[in-house]
Design a protein around this ligand. Structure first.
Ligand code: ZN
Length: 476
């Protein structure tokens, strides 16, 4: 039974082969028709390039002989714009025709270019690369320099950038691994600080940035301390080291001062003197002096700017400052002769007495005793040589100065005034400082001058008839 069935099946298979497969194969090989050997259904074209129609290889005939056909294409491709374009090809042979469609994709296939102009390239041990002079441009996107990624590794820096169409360009350059740039170290707050005795010192710390390591602020080592119970100078040291061992240091100077004690035994003394006032800024000045218990000397006048500030003369006097006499008019014509000089001097003396109830005999010549401006008024009579003697004979004492703050024309900068004064201080016993309280930039310098003086062992004093005199050389 089984054997018979197998035979029958085999016979059927052979019959199918002979009747179906063989004729079909013969037909395929022999029947004439359009024969497509090669044809791309889809092709990619770079933007900006010219498009050449690609109809592939199509012929008409059979397996053994195939004749070329007439091809005509339909459709347009704009290669200046990205997009999908359909192109049709019509193949014609003796009245027979066939069409095929092709998708032409206009794409940006061109990556950006990278140009590295810098030489001797280096990179950080962690791969970070400095801002070298580079230029990246793309046919479509234009300048891509800011988007270039850089990484240093294994003796090379790899620059890479990708355009908006996804084309990536990579450029490798030989480079050296190197980090010899120390981190920055910037103190928060003032580099010089003044603290009143027994007030607390607040550590404001510092900020550090390193090219390779980034923000290192919380790794700064801070050493040194401030004992605010002891007046004097202290230093706080700041040190930062980057991962390559580059070190940067900074120092903060802290001065602890005690309020002025003008009864202190003789030592280094500073006599702050203020000419040409009182004026608009005298009240503020008196407030500052009071804060530190500093006594000063005011050489007053009665000229334009001082008008209306008589109350400040009284307040200064009542608060223990010395009211000295500068000039009533502050006009250099007072140097015409002795009479004109003393008329003016007695006028301001009388005014001060009216306000304070006390006669002052402490004076300062306008322009100082060394002035030569008096030569323009005295007719060649050497008025200063005579006046400096005459005032003493009449019971006055005149005081010049040995530190000019620079506020009389040299500068209007408060910091400069401070440095002019404190850089002139040394270990002598008497420093007479010339300032003008009609100038805000000079009054604003007083606090720093006092804090510096107090923390460096100076005592601030007001001039008295017993104070050591500082006299200039007489030039007229
Ligand atoms: Zn003056």
């Amino acid at each position: 039974m089984k054997k018979w069935n197998l035979k029958k099946l085999l016979f059927a298979l052979v019959m199918i082969l002979v009747l179906v497969v063989v004729p079909l194969s013969l037909y395929t090989l022999l029947a004439p028709k359009f024969r497509v050997q090669t044809f791309d259904e889809e092709i990619k074209v770079n933007i900006g390039s010219s498009f050449k129609p690609n109809s592939g290889s199509v012929c008409y005939g059979n397996f053994f002989s195939c004749e070329s056909v007439q091809v005509e294409e339909v459709g347009e491709v704009d290669t200046s714009k990205t997009g999908d374009y359909e192109v049709k090809y019509r193949y014609t042979f003796e009245g027979e025709s066939m069409e095929k469609e092709q998708m032409v994709k206009v794409l940006d296939l061109e990556g950006p270019t990278i140009e590295v102009k810098s030489e001797d390239l280096t990179y950080c041990p962690n791969g970070k690369v400095p801002d070298y002079e580079i230029l990246a441009t793309d046919n479509l996107d234009g300048d891509l320099t800011s988007q270039v990624k850089k990484e240093g590794k294994d003796g090379k820096i790899i620059f890479s950038v990708t355009d908006s169409s996804g084309n990536e360009t990579r450029l490798e350059k030989d480079a050296t691994e190197k980090d010899d740039i120390p981190p920055s170290l910037i103190l928060n707050g003032d580099a010089t600080k003044y603290i009143k005795k027994n007030e607390s010192y607040q550590e404001e710390k510092a900020t550090s940035n390193d090219f390779c390591d980034g923000d290192l602020s919380n790794q700064i080592e801070i050493s040194g301390s401030v004992d605010t119970s002891k007046p004097g100078e202290y230093q706080i040291q700041y040190k930062i080291q980057d991962s390559s061992g580059n070190v940067m240091t900074a120092i903060r100077q802290v001065f602890v001062y005690e309020n002025n004690n003008y009864n202190a035994p003789n030592g280094k003394s500073i006599y702050l003197t203020f000419d040409d006032g009182p004026g608009k800024y005298t009240e503020n000045l008196l407030n500052i002096l009071k804060e530190y218990n500093v006594k000063a000397t005011f050489f007053v006048t009665d000229q334009g700017l001082t008008k209306g500030y008589d109350q400040m003369i009284l307040r200064a006097y009542q608060e223990g400052h010395t009211i000295g006499l500068h000039s009533n008019s502050h006009s250099y014509s007072i140097y015409t002769n002795e009479q004109t000089y003393f008329d003016d001097l007695y006028a301001i003396q009388a005014k001060v007495e009216r306000i304070t109830g006390a006669k002052s005999y402490i004076i300062r010549f306008p322009g100082g005793s060394s002035n030569t401006v008096s030569e323009s008024y005295d007719g060649g009579t050497k008025i200063m040589s005579r006046l400096t003697k005459a005032v003493e004979q009449r019971g006055f004492r005149y005081f010049d100065w040995n530190i000019a703050s620079g506020d009389a024309g040299e500068t209007t900068n408060t910091n400069k005034i401070v440095s002019n004064v404190i850089s002139s201080l040394g270990n002598n016993s008497t420093y007479v400082v010339l300032q003008h309280d009609i100038k805000d930039y000079s009054v604003n310098a007083v606090r720093s001058i006092i804090e510096y003086g107090l923390s460096h062992g100076y005592t601030f004093r007001a001039l008295t008839m017993q104070s050591p005199v500082v006299h200039h050389h007489i030039n007229n």
